[in-house]
Design a protein around this ligand. Structure first.
Ligand SMILES: C[S@@+](CC[C@H](N)C(=O)[O-])C[C@H]1O[C@@H](n2cnc3c(N)ncnc32)[C@H](O)[C@@H]1O
Length: 254
């Protein structure tokens, strides 16, 4: 599975694969989960967009300020050509998520569906992921949200996401992999909300006043009890092949 961490693999794959493909979930499933974090005016970035229809479906749902990046030139050219007439405002760019050319604090919402998973399959994966997260934090507005949609269980993801240097607060949601799935068959959504200074002060004040529960932005119904017990951390953590065991591509991709 190390191949998923290599740019060459994606370039070749997108050269031959013609049909669009969405990893894990389509927009129709994600919409209620993403809705609290965006408005029609939000500036949205899809990192590692691939041939996913997510940006197109967001656009058709009224979100016109969307940028999509991928380090595969093949797929960016194809997506640009496919959308130039119908969705002219979507901005497609060939770019490495570890070195983005956007200004600091540009985006209200950054969506990562399967991209950090792919990076974690490569060599030197923890350092690569850390470079990516620094960049994501840099281009995310204060008060903005970075959402990671992944098969990765909390024990394999939270240690990467929950670092003070990124300046965000992490929440976790789960959603069934398919309708009627058992409780341990879930995808995870890690929701990183970048703390704005005033909000942080407000939060600290509230915490000082009374011991209150800080509400999650997540719709409670989407959390699936018992999900955390669904899988144990891979024994290959850190050697670049950590996802050999639990990388879980849809059957069509195997
Ligand atoms: C598992 S696919 C997910 C594609 C799409 N987001 C989806 O949900 O269907 C991972 C994507 O991330 C892209 N990718 C991986 N590493 C990247 C990087 N460093 N910079 C930009 N794109 C990257 C790959 O080219 C590929 O399109």
């Amino acid at each position: 599975m190390g191949q998923y961490g290599e740019q060459k693999y994606w370039e070749e794959r997108y050269n031959t694969e013609q049909a669009p493909f969405d990893w894990y979930l389509r927009y129709q499933h994600l919409k209620p989960l993403l809705a609290p974090f965006m408005t029609d005016e939000s500036c949205i970035l899809d990192i590692g967009c691939g041939s996913s229809k997510l940006a197109e479906e967001l656009y058709d749902d009224g979100k016109k300020n969307i940028k999509c990046i991928d380090y595969s030139a093949n797929i960016i050219n194809k997506m640009q050509d496919a959308n130039i007439s119908a969705r002219p405002e979507i901005d497609w760019a060939e770019m490495d998520v570890k070195a983005m050319s956007f200004d600091d604090e540009t985006f209200d919402l950054i969506i990562d569906k399967g991209t950090s998973d792919a990076i974690l399959c490569g060599t030197d994966s923890y350092a690569q992921l850390s470079s990516m997260l620094k960049e994501v934090s840099r281009v995310l507005k204060k008060g903005g949200v970075y959402v990671v949609i992944t098969y990765g269980v909390p024990a394999t993801r939270l240690p990467h996401f929950e670092k003070e240097e990124y300046g965000w607060k992490v929440d976790k949601l789960t959603t069934p992999k398919y309708e009627g799935a058992p409780p341990n068959q879930v995808y995870y959504l890690y929701v990183m909300k970048k703390v704005s200074e005033e909000k942080e002060e407000e939060r600290n004040d509230q915490e000082d006043e009374v011991a209150v529960t800080i509400e999650s932005d997540a719709p409670p119904k989407m959390s699936s009890p018992g999900a955390e017990t669904g899988a144990s951390p891979s024994t290959n953590e850190g050697n670049g092949d950590e996802n050999l065991i639990d990388f879980d591509p849809p059957p069509e991709m195997q």
